[in-house]
Design a protein. Structure first.
Ligand code: ATP
Ligand code: MG
Length: 307
């Protein structure tokens, strides 16, 4: 087996985000493909939100969506919730670089976008070429950590209105170029989006992420052991033991499986009962650390609910 550098003691930070061994979420990804297809065909725009607790796999799923969109010829731009509050950055993200800003032409950015998108509007002539070279390439905007939009409530109402308009412009197809804004965040993201009150944004635009079902869960563990660690023998007993503890929760599945893979790399791929005990032990410690962090991040009411 190829000698790899030991990662067995890697910190928890490695248990977040993109993964080389992604499985499951097939219905969601199929629906995402449909959205890309329909939005592109109709040159519309739409906003979708993935919500789930920490470790549910939101960032990993966004990464899959990014890859799929790129394969289908979409331009993909990653934005943060803060981008929405900065008109210049938002214009850049939408593909309109170096355009006049609203203060120079006395129009709000969303107005500008709407005008540029509508060739029938006479006012367009007043803004020479502002958006005439609009790039038609379909655009996927990805926004992780969407719960940070909850700071929306702290902004002055005018600024909030501008952001709301940006979102409306995207969601209600004013740009006449295919745009999907895919956001992901904790459950509080929903309340944040309600503050911004996007018209026609409803249940059908929301995906709630929960556990992985058993087959993908097992496939993730198998890949970490057989592909990453290069073990040739099918690790049935180890997979059985791990799924009893991880119960489909992506963060735990990933963490146990990665630790197991690291252990096996270090130990020449030999699967012994002692080895299994050791990786389970490391996995349990990681799980406790994860829940401790989550409780620390909660406020008093949430902690009482858990009790
Ligand atoms: N479907 C999956 N297949 C394999 N691994 C996954 C899957 N979903 C998530 N993971 C892995 O589980 C871990 C947790 O996932 P991720 O970081 O995406 O969660 P999250 O919901 O974004 O959490 P947070 O809210 O803390 O950012 C990551 O290491 C990720 O690679
Ligand atoms: Mg994340």
């Amino acid at each position: 087996m190829a000698k790899k550098k030991s990662k067995y003691t890697r910190a928890g930070a490695f248990d977040r985000g993109a993964t080389p061994y992604f499985h499951g979420r097939t219905a969601i990804l199929k629906e995402f493909d449909n959205i890309l297809f329909n939005v592109r065909a109709s040159r519309k725009g739409t906003i979708h939100l993935i919500v789930g607790d920490s470790g549910a796999g939101k960032s990993a799923l966004l990464d899959q969506c990014k890859k799929r969109a790129k394969l289908r010829g979409w331009k993909v731009v990653q934005i943060t919730p803060a981008t929405l509050w900065d008109p210049r950055k938002m214009m850049n993200a939408l593909g309109y670089k170096n355009r006049p800003m609203p203060d120079t032409i006395a129009l709000s950015v969303p107005d500008l976008l709407k005008l540029g998108a509508s060739s029938s509007k006479p006012k367009k002539r007043l803004i020479p070429n502002i958006l005439s070279k609009r790039k038609r390439k379909p655009l996927l905007l990805l926004m992780d950590e969407a719960q940070k939009l909850s700071s929306a409530i702290e902004y002055p109402v005018e600024q909030r209105d501008e952001v709301k308009e940006f979102l409306d412009v995207i969601h209600n197809a004013h740009l006449r170029k295919p745009i999907v804004l895919l956001a992901a965040g904790l459950r509080t993201s929903l309340a944040a989006l309600q503050v911004l009150d996007i018209s026609r944004f409803g249940e059908k635009n929301i995906v709630r992420l929960g556990q992985l079902s058993e087959n993908p869960e097992r496939a993730v563990i198998r890949d970490w052991i057989m592909v990453e660690a290069g073990v040739k023998e099918f690790p049935a007993e180890w997979i059985d033991a791990i799924v009893k503890e991880t119960l489909g929760w992506p963060r735990h599945v990933h963490s146990y499986a990665r630790n197991t893979s690291d252990y096996l790399i270090e130990n020449g791929g030999v699967m012994t009962p002692e080895g299994l005990n050791e990786v389970m032990d490391v996995g349990r410690k990681g799980r406790i650390q994860y829940y401790t962090q989550r409780v620390e991040q909660m406020d008093g009411d949430d902690v009482l609910c858990l009790a």
